[in-house]
Design a protein around this ligand. Structure first.
Ligand code: URA
Length: 210
């Protein structure tokens, strides 16, 4: 496993992921759990944000405290399932900018085709956190990162909930500079490119579609 793949190992993440995987978990709970896990993962993903001293007055006395400095953030949701994680990340950093990347898989070539791309125009000045719950084949993730780099993004992190070994390998082969944060690495992809054991179709379960 590449050493820039981080499995966020926390009892609460493991517990909530188990609930998420269970087929009986209804849509509303699924959505809430994705948001909660994203909050917990965001805590790890943003651990190295730089801080700077700031002078404030508490009700009792002046003090020098710390605030996040410098690096501006941009969250990029890979549509549509990425929006579930995005909600949790934006709860953590309400001032972050947000971009969206839409890709579909060409039925013949199986290559990802872009149908939507909207990101801030100063990507070169931002830490970019790309979110998509399932890192399955890695093709969409790699295509999204390629496109973001073309738009100027430099420092990019990728966050998912469940990764397949195949997806990690593909993303790492295309973009070895991009660290991957995941709550779990599952066994394998099946012949339909679903992650096993996985949690099913993350978009359908988030939005209650089928
Ligand atoms: N996308 C999903 O939603 N689930 C998988 O298992 C693989 C890709």
């Amino acid at each position: 496993m590449p050493d820039n793949v981080m499995v966020v190992d926390h009892p609460l993440v493991a517990h909530k992921l188990t609930l998420l995987r269970a087929a009986a978990t209804p849509t509303g709970d699924f959505r809430r759990l994705v948001r909660e896990i994203s909050l917990l993962m965001g805590y790890e993903v943003l651990r190295d944000l730089p801080t700077e001293p700031v002078h404030i007055e508490t009700p009792l006395e002046p003090m020098t405290a710390r605030q996040v400095s410098g690096k501006k953030l941009c969250f990029i949701s890979i549509l549509r399932a990425g929006n579930g994680i995005l909600d949790g990340m934006v709860d953590l950093v309400p001032s972050a900018r947000i971009g969206h990347v839409g890709l579909y898989r060409d039925p013949l070539s199986h290559e990802p085709i872009e149908y939507y791309f909207k990101v801030p125009d100063d990507m070169d000045q931002r830490l970019t956190v790309v979110v998509d719950p399932m890192l399955a084949t890695g093709h969409s993730a790699a295509a999204a990162v390629t496109r973001l780099k073309r738009a100027g993004a430099g420092a990019i992190k990728f966050v998912c909930l469940i990764a397949a070994p195949e997806g990690i390998a593909a993303l790492h082969a295309a973009h070895p500079d991009v660290p991957v944060y995941t709550a779990a690495i599952d066994r394998q992809l099946d012949e339909h490119a679903y992650i096993r054991p996985g949690l099913g179709d993350a978009g359908d379960r988030l939005f209650g579609t089928k």
